[in-house]
Design a protein around this ligand. Structure first.
Ligand code: SAH
Length: 209
């Protein structure tokens, strides 16, 4: 998976490749999908949601670039796979999931694998009203029509926000950097993610249903 899907597409950051090689992706999917766990596409994880394609997980982690002292916020825990990858690159990760059933099974797998530095919270990650700290990295695994304002507020100076923004069938993966009080936005690639729901998802989340 790492050689053919990630390195072959030009992603060479050692910390990302190491994390992707280390996390056992097959433990984050349902038994019936284990044989496909390392294939080059997303897979269903129940509740109408998906575990992202491995390359997209690697690309998001690479664009966030978490370093040794960085606090990471992961929105849309889903299976827990993306936050496990981030948990290998950063000292601590807070992951937020709207669907309680997904959050609890993700927390179970993460505990079993010993990710003591990853905290799973059930809540609306489109508003994050329960968070009181800034983050150096914010990764969002669900798409909104616009950048939810809360993520810019939660981003520390020098921090990176990576998220899909666009219409239900097609989005751009954006990276926003907070530098000197300014927000600098760049587009990384086209992508298709499941919709971000909740009160802060742009007020138009019904479009995604
Ligand atoms: N990172 C996940 C991908 C999950 S798909 C993985 O590696 O498996 C996106 C997830 O975002 C879904 O589980 C969905 O329930 C969740 N989600 C959607 N809107 C949300 C919100 N407002 N707050 C938190 N999670 C949300």
């Amino acid at each position: 998976m790492v050689e053919r899907q990630i390195r072959a597409r030009g992603l060479r950051t050692p910390a990302v490749l190491e994390a992707m090689a280390a996390v056992p992706r097959h433990l984050f999917v349902d038994e019936s999908y284990i044989a496909q766990a390392y294939e080059d596409h997303p897979l269903p994880i129940g509740h109408g949601q998906t575990i992202s394609q491995p390359y997209m997980v690697a690309l998001l982690a690479d664009a966030l670039g978490p370093g040794p002292g960085d606090r990471v916020l992961d929105i849309g825990t889903g299976s827990g796979y993306q936050c496990a990858v981030l948990g290998r690159m950063a000292p601590w990760v807070v992951s937020v999931e709207l669907v309680g059933g997904l959050a609890s099974s993700a927390a179970c797998v993460l505990r079993r694998l010993g990710y003591a530095n990853v905290a799973c919270i059930v809540g609306d990650g489109s508003t994050c009203g329960f968070l009181r700290t800034h983050f150096d990295c914010i990764g969002v695994a669900a798409a909104a029509p616009e950048i939810p304002a809360v993520y810019c507020d939660l981003l520390a100076e020098g921090g990176r926000l990576v998220l899909p923004v666009g219409s239900p069938g097609l989005q751009q993966l954006l990276r926003v950097r907070r530098l000197g009080g300014r927000f600098i936005e760049e587009s990384l690639t086209s992508c298709v993610y499941v919709p971000l729901r909740g009160a802060g998802a742009g007020g138009r989340s019904d479009r995604f249903d």
